[in-house]
Design a protein around this ligand. Structure first.
Ligand SMILES: Cc1cc2nc3c(=O)[nH]c(=O)nc-3n(C[C@H](O)[C@H](O)[C@H](O)COP(=O)(O)OP(=O)(O)OC[C@H]3O[C@@H](n4cnc5c(N)ncnc54)[C@H](O)[C@@H]3O)c2cc1C
Length: 287
């Protein structure tokens, strides 16, 4: 691995100063992607700035704005948080699928997001739960809806010197639920051939779907929303039939490639099946 400087500040302002003062420097949350990329020579940097000692980036709590996940908080912490398990089940499911226990203990949800792999597991769950990215730099703060955060494989709207300070997920109402499922060829420790995160919100009396969000992984250069399927669901009474109709529309939003993990055709079929299954899980959870 090529040499680089390492800093572990305890203040966010100091981290921002270091990152903006060294072009090409990289923040590090868990390092499970970054260290591997540096080791393999796929990335080089003169400075790595560890974020895990900065208290504000370890935030994990719920307030009037919803759930706050700090930019260095681990998948394990998020997955085990009682509010996440109760109200953001799709995110808890995604966190519990990343690598294995050791990886989940190190890896941050924000690291998964900023690495921007099309196959990343937390991203569809976060998008389906309408997450926002709060981005900090020395110039101030900006708020970007997560479905506008990704611009290509491994590429995001983050500029040099910017840190994803936190992810904010609005509080879901009572008659709502989320779910995440992926397909991998083995039982664990593999990358999604396709992944789907779904969210449904219904009127508690009429059971009319008032909001539907479906996000897909590993079937396009970036995570994508299945907007046609979402529109089909909204305004209809929740039923098995309407779920199947929406699932059949979901592949229209995908543009997969064929690779060693699966053909494009197989991925389109997976999108249909996983969309139907995640929507059914949402329906069961809503009751
Ligand atoms: C054995 C193994 C299995 C894996 N299995 C899976 C899997 O099943 N599913 C999956 O999705 N991923 C998997 N991964 C990939 C990886 O573990 C995840 O993407 C993880 O969530 C990355 O988080 P991290 O904190 O380690 O990121 P890091 O490696 O620290 O950072 C990743 C990138 O994001 C940037 N970054 C990190 N935090 C911030 C921030 N707050 N602000 C701005 N930029 C930031 C870094 O500069 C770097 O470019 C696996 C990795 C390994 C090694």
């Amino acid at each position: 691995m090529a040499d680089f400087e390492f800093a572990a500040p305890v203040e966010l302002d100091e981290a921002l100063r270091l990152l903006s003062g060294t072009p090409g420097s990289r923040p590090l949350a868990g390092g499970t992607d970054l260290i591997d990329q540096l080791n393999a020579g796929r990335r080089t940097t003169g400075l790595v700035v560890d974020l895990k000692r900065i208290p504000v980036l370890m935030r994990l709590d719920v307030d009037g704005d919803g759930l706050h996940i700090g930019g260095a908080r681990s998948c394990t912490d998020v997955q085990q948080h009682s509010a996440v398990r109760a109200d953001y089940a799709g995110l808890a499911e995604a966190c519990g699928l990343i690598g294995a226990v050791q990886i989940q203990n190190r890896a941050a949800v924000a690291g998964n997001v900023c690495n921007a792999a099309p196959s990343a597991d937390t991203i569809p769950a976060l998008i389906s739960l309408s997450a926002h990215a709060i981005i900090r730099s020395q110039n101030g703060t900006r708020d970007v809806p997560l479905d506008e955060f990704f611009i290509g494989p491994g590429q995001t709207v983050l500029n040099d010197g910017e840190i994803l300070e936190e992810l904010v997920l609005p509080t879901p109402p009572d008659s709502s639920a989320s779910a995440y499922l992926r397909f991998i060829p083995r039982n664990e420790m593999d990358i999604a051939v396709a992944g789907v995160g779904s969210y449904l919100e219904v009127d508690p009396n009429s059971k009319v779907i008032t909001r539907a969000r479906i996000a897909l992984a590993s079937v396009a250069p970036t995570p994508v929303r299945a907007r046609e399927a979402e529109s089909h669901l909204e305004g209809k009474v929740l039923s098995d039939e309407v779920i199947d109709e929406a699932a059949a529309l979901a592949p229209n939003s995908a543009s997969p490639i064929s690779d060693v993990r699966g053909s494009a055709e197989f991925r389109l079929e997976l999108v249909k099946v996983l969309t139907a299954r995640t929507l059914r899980k949402c329906a069961e959870r809503i009751g």
